[in-house]
Design a protein around this ligand. Structure first.
Ligand code: UD1
Ligand code: CA
Length: 455
């Protein structure tokens, strides 16, 4: 069965009080609409049609992709009118309707719903609510068969007592949809063309309306204001936390853990509180991440330890290496196996060889450091001359004394030593000691200045 998906995203979202179109507001680092598109793609439809209106240009610009067909709804005359705008582009057997501001809908739920749609049946996703205020109500007959959806504002008191609400998500046989939409009227409390009126039409045409129920109301919750946005964010994070725990991760506190991207994990991983993982993060077995770490687009090999308050972006840490507390690993950082990076060390485009160490207070940029070398505290690479960046190469088993300035481009060959406080501007040959600082001079009989008395 072929599938077209229509995503409604034309509404204004006044209650967000924002210059940003509602559907572009982020949940877990991706726009709400981005989440819906991501789920839609997993159903492998022949077409994804996004109905846009308010902030249409911004939405199109942000989410443009070859597989998306943006359809403009000039005036927001109702959900039925919105879907009707997409009809000319629809040709599949089934049409699934989703919403750009309902980001947590799960693919498995949609698959269950799609199984219900056929030439003589449509699938409706409902939700049981303690307070269904505002929702369309599912009206069933004595046999429990769905007869219609009545919008809250059009409902009688008896209908308002119904706790089963319409999520808005439905799957419809494509052939019938166009004719039903063409028959909609806006003769109702809101003067809108209601998509929900399609249900009664389907029933009177002899179709059965099969329902699927969302187990968790948050899955079908939309965000109309920032409070609801925050609720969706937390819900997403708890769901992601549960997923990772099921895979063998210990989260010290799932309520203080955030994922904003794709995370893959091994077993026996320990993640302390206030850790934010962003982009594509790969965490292998036995990794330990201390509290307050931000880790983006990075790979942590088996047994890696990232200590408290470290900031990683675009770093690859190989097996058994460790960083922090307070390490800053910028794009292009590679820690080879068992390398050690300590506190207040900033690395950028730098490879720290196997077992090599940079323990304290360093900046190493555009550098390659050989296995087993030691970088003294306070050492920096002077990699930038104000116009270009240059490379520092340090061989194996080098000992760089404390507080060195390594003026790139410069090579320090294997087994060399540099004296503390040196400014290294030339190659240091293999095994030699470089001392590049002025000699100490002691002044005998030195008198300290005395404080001048104020009149
Ligand atoms: C709709 C349903 C209601 C359901 C509720 C769930 C209808 C008539 N009612 O009501 O049964 O319980 O959702 O939240 O469908 N939109 C457009 N263009 C329009 C109108 C709406 O793109 O012309 C989009 C909005 O941006 C929004 C979504 O459709 O994302 C729902 O529209 P909204 O007006 O909020 O519908 P509800 O009144 O909540
Ligand atoms: Ca709504």
């Amino acid at each position: 069965m072929s599938l077209d998906i229509v995503i409604l995203a034309a509404g204004q979202g006044t209650r967000m009080r924002s210059a940003l179109p509602k559907v572009l507001h982020p949940v877990a680092g991706n726009s709400m609409l981005g989440h819906v598109i991501h789920s839609a793609r997993q159903l492998q439809p022949q077409g994804i049609h996004v109905v846009i209106g308010h902030g249409a240009d911004a939405v199109r610009e942000r989410l443009a992709a070859d597989d998306l067909n943006f359809v403009l709804q000039d005036k927001q005359l109702g959900t039925g009118h919105a879907v009707a705008q997409a009809v000319p582009g629809l040709s599949a057997d089934n049409v699934l309707i989703l919403y750009g501001d309902v980001p947590l809908i799960e693919v498995a739920t949609l698959q269950r719903l799609l199984q219900k749609v056929s030439a003589d049946q449509l699938g409706l996703l409902t939700v049981n609510l303690t307070d269904p205020t505002g929702y369309g109500r599912i009206v069933r007959d004595g046999d429990g068969q769905v007869q219609a959806i009545v919008e809250h504002k059009d409902a009688s008191d008896a209908q308002k007592a119904i706790k089963e609400g319409n999520t808005g998500i439905l799957a419809v046989p494509g052939k019938r949809l166009a004719e039903w939409l063409a028959r909609l009227s806006n003769d109702n409390a809101q003067g809108e063309y209601y998509l929900t009126d399609v249900i009664a039409m389907a029933v009177s045409d002899g179709l059965v309306v099969a329902t699927e129920t969302a187990q968790d109301p948050m899955e079908v919750q939309g965000a109309n204001d920032r409070r609801q946005l925050a609720e969706l964010e937390r819900h997403y994070q708890l769901r992601e936390g549960r997923r990772l725990m099921a895979l063998g991760v210990t989260l010290r506190d799932p309520a203080r853990f955030d994922v904003r991207g794709d995370v893959t994990v091994g077993r026996d991983v320990l993640i302390d509180v206030n850790v934010v993982l962003e982009g594509r993060v790969v965490i292998e077995d036995d990794v330990v991440i201390g509290p307050n770490c931000y880790i983006k687009d990075s790979t942590l090999g088996r047994g890696v330890v990232v200590k408290a308050n470290s900031h990683l972006d675009g770093a690859v840490l190989h097996e058994g290496s460790d960083a922090g507390p307070f390490a800053r690993l910028r794009p292009g950082t590679v820690l080879e196996a068992r390398a050690h990076v300590g506190n207040f060390v900033e690395l950028k485009n730098a490879r720290i060889g196997e077992g090599a160490k940079a323990g304290h207070l360093s900046y190493l940029g555009d550098a390659d450091i050989g296995a087993g070398s030691n970088i003294g505290a306070g050492t920096i690479t002077c990699n930038y001359d104000g116009a270009n960046k240059w490379k520092t190469t340090i061989g194996e088993d080098v000992f760089i004394g404390s507080n060195n300035s390594l003026v790139a481009p410069v090579d320090i060959l294997a087994g060399a030593t540099t004296a503390a406080g040196s400014t290294i501007t030339q190659e240091v040959p293999e095994g030699q000691l470089a001392v590049a600082r002025t000699r100490q001079r002691n002044v005998e009989g030195w008198k300290r200045p005395v404080k001048i008395k104020k009149p």
